[in-house]
Design a protein around this ligand. Structure first.
Ligand code: NAP
Length: 347
């Protein structure tokens, strides 16, 4: 056990954060999670093993100054995961960037005031590394997304400016605590709560006919339980430092569809037409203009490009090994069926 004081985790109700709460409780820690509503709204957190003795839920909001002072009081470690994760928003500045950036600064200010915090573990994203795969390049922690803006992949922009704001805070204010970031790629896996997370929703969309065909897209996948473990290891490992790109294997949409087909999910509306060639990619780029604005931009910046990345730093320094993506994907689908986000497969 690294600390006997509560470990604070922001946005405890979230897909990733709920797994971090579970992992911390399982390891015997006291957890103080921040949420936006009163605790009785989160029965799935209160029912976690160890929660009745060691989980405290307190209310806080990223947009309210000083909101996290009470939450971080007396803590050695703070994990900041809360941030809006949505793709098509009305106003990217107020819906994404303000809570991401102002929220990060607010929490770091609270940590500074506390005088006790030793380390902040910040949930960043691959989005802060790049929003455009480049077939000639292998991405790593050294890379920064310099392309996104309020008009181009605004979610990616919000994650980039929030992480930059966090490092800037450390440089300028030189607090007693250090900062470690975990930068996951597409996080999938079973959900502790009933909501459908944006990343799992992509898998559901692939299974429910939202995509007209199989496109030349590939993603790096990481199981939510591995992401939770990475956060806890980033806290427990004294020598952890800097950024950690957190992703297992990459998978092409073609392989993903084939895997789902051969795993008993053939009755779902999986895409059939192969649009992975040059003509298909041109067609999809043209069709992307009929999609909601940010989905369209995302397709145009990623389609036809192979994403390659180096995950050796997290494996070497935190000792993480990643769950095979196939296993994680099948569990994700079965979990979405369990929660009613997908119907039962027909046999
Ligand atoms: P999620 O389930 O949507 O969780 C987001 C959390 O942020 C929720 O607890 C939400 O609270 C909270 N939040 C949003 N706006 C807030 C505000 N104004 N004040 C206080 N809390 C607020 O998403 P997730 O996938 O777990 O994401 C967690 C973190 O991981 C985010 O920082 C996200 O950018 C990052 N990430 C996710 C992925 C992925 O593939 N899922 C990949 C890389 C990085 P409510 O429950 O009240 O809405």
């Amino acid at each position: 056990m690294k600390t006997n004081k509560p470990v604070c985790i922001t946005g405890a109700s979230g897909f990733i954060a709920a797994h971090i709460v579970r992992e911390l409780l399982e390891r015997g820690y006291h957890v103080r999670g921040t949420v936006r509503k009163s605790p009785e709204n989160y029965p799935f957190l209160l029912a976690l093993p160890g929660a009745s003795e060691r989980l405290e839920l307190v209310r806080a909001d990223l947009l309210a100054d000083g909101s996290y002072d009470q939450a971080v009081e007396g803590c050695d470690y703070v994990m900041h995961t809360a941030s809006p994760y949505e793709i098509n928003v009305k106003n990217p500045q107020t819906d994404l960037v303000d809570p991401a950036v102002n929220g990060t600064e607010t929490i770091l200010e609270s940590c500074l005031k506390s005088g006790t915090v030793k380390r902040v573990i910040f949930t960043s994203s691959i989005a802060a590394i790049t929003d455009e795969p480049d077939s000639t390049k292998v991405f790593s922690e050294k890379d920064w997304n310099t392309m996104s803006s309020l008009d181009r992949n605004p979610y990616h922009f919000s994650k980039t400016v929030a992480e930059l704001a966090a490092w800037d805070f450390i440089m300028k204010k030189r607090p007693r605590f250090d900062l470690v970031t975990v930068n996951p790629f597409m996080v999938i896996g079973p959900s502790i709560g009933p909501s459908l997370n944006t990343s799992n929703q992509i898998i559901r969309d692939i299974m429910t006919g939202v995509y007209p065909g199989i496109m030349d897209l590939n993603w790096g996948f990481v199981d939510v339980r591995d992401v939770a473990r990475a956060h806890v290891l980033a806290m427990e490992t004294d020598t952890a430092s800097g950024r950690y790109l957190c992703s297992g294997e990459a998978m092409h949409m073609r392989e993903l569809v084939a895997l789902l087909k051969s795993s008993g999910f053939n009755s779902f509306a999986l895409p059939k037409i192969d649009l992975t060639g040059k003509v298909g990619t041109m067609l999809m780029k043209a069709l992307s203009f009929t999609q909601p604005k940010d989905t369209g931009i995302y397709i145009r910046t990623t389609i036809g490009r192979t994403m390659r990345y180096d995950n050796s730093k997290i494996r070497r320094e935190l000792g993480i090994s990643f769950m095979p993506v196939k296993e994680s994907l099948i569990e994700t689908v079965n979990d979405m069926i369990k929660w009613g986000h997908l119907p039962l497969p027909k046999h």
